[in-house]
Design a protein around this ligand. Structure first.
Ligand code: MD3
Ligand code: FE
Length: 212
């Protein structure tokens, strides 16, 4: 079932429990395999070098990275191992074609781990490091539930909350694609899905324009 809220920006769709528990376990297995090849790294803010509260890795031909020196960008190689990112699991690629309405494959799947030890959250931001805003962003939530908040195109306006639970999928297309959003709270310790606890979010994106 998909839910479209009348108060949310046009193009935002929520699929509560798109993946059942067994499928969620399988996705966690895929994440563990990927992390063995491409370990979680600590992203840091451009210029200040201040650490983000989540740790990250990626699947796909491109991975989103950030550090003090070079800031937010997509890279083909892991910042520490210098190796290519693991390929996007078939289950996620199938999800993309099922819900994105975009005929070209995703190029990047960011893996965010919200750790219980650091009580990770994510501040208000816009995803605009891509060169293709025609494609939506597709995200999968796994593990502890969280409060996601979405605002408008401009910073500082009103925001609306949505609780994201394990197995939920959200699609941010249309006008929602460039809206501000944040993870303001994680209910740590509620789920036993993630081996070391916390919440894993997988965010699939198209980075480059589609060639003619
Ligand atoms: C809404 N991740 O990685 S869900 C991110 O749960 C990010 O880890 C959050 O924001 C998380 O950038 C939020 C995904 C999400 C991604 C892109 C969006 C929500 C969005 C773009 C526009 C509006
Ligand atoms: Fe985001």
């Amino acid at each position: 079932m998909s839910l479209i809220s009348p108060n949310f920006p046009i193009g935002f769709v929520h699929y509560p429990e798109f993946f059942n528990y067994e499928e969620q376990k399988e996705l966690i297995t895929q994440v563990k395999l990927a992390i063995a090849e491409a370990p979680f790294f600590q992203p840091t803010m451009p210029r200040t070098g201040h650490p983000l509260s989540v740790v990250m890795s990626n699947f796909g031909p491109l991975g989103w990275v950030t550090d003090k020196q070079n800031g937010y960008r997509y890279e083909r190689l892991h910042p520490q191992t210098g190796r290519a990112w693991p390929t996007i699991p078939a289950t996620l690629e199938r999800l993309w074609f099922a819900v994105s309405g975009f005929m070209h494959p995703p190029e990047a799947t960011l893996i965010n781990w919200y750790r219980p030890e650091t009580k990770s959250k994510m501040g208000m931001h816009v995803d605009n490091d891509e060169n293709n805003f025609n494609a939506p962003v597709v995200s999968v939530s796994l593990g502890d539930p969280a409060i996601f908040r979405i605002g408008g195109l401009k910073r500082g306006g009103p925001t609306l909350p949505l609780k994201l639970c394990s197995g939920d999928v959200i699609v941010m297309g249309g006008e929602s694609r460039l809206c501000h959003h944040a993870i303001t709270k994680v209910f740590y310790g509620e789920s036993d899905l993630v081996p070391k606890g916390g919440r894993i979010n997988l965010t699939m994106r198209r980075v480059n324009a589609v060639e003619a």
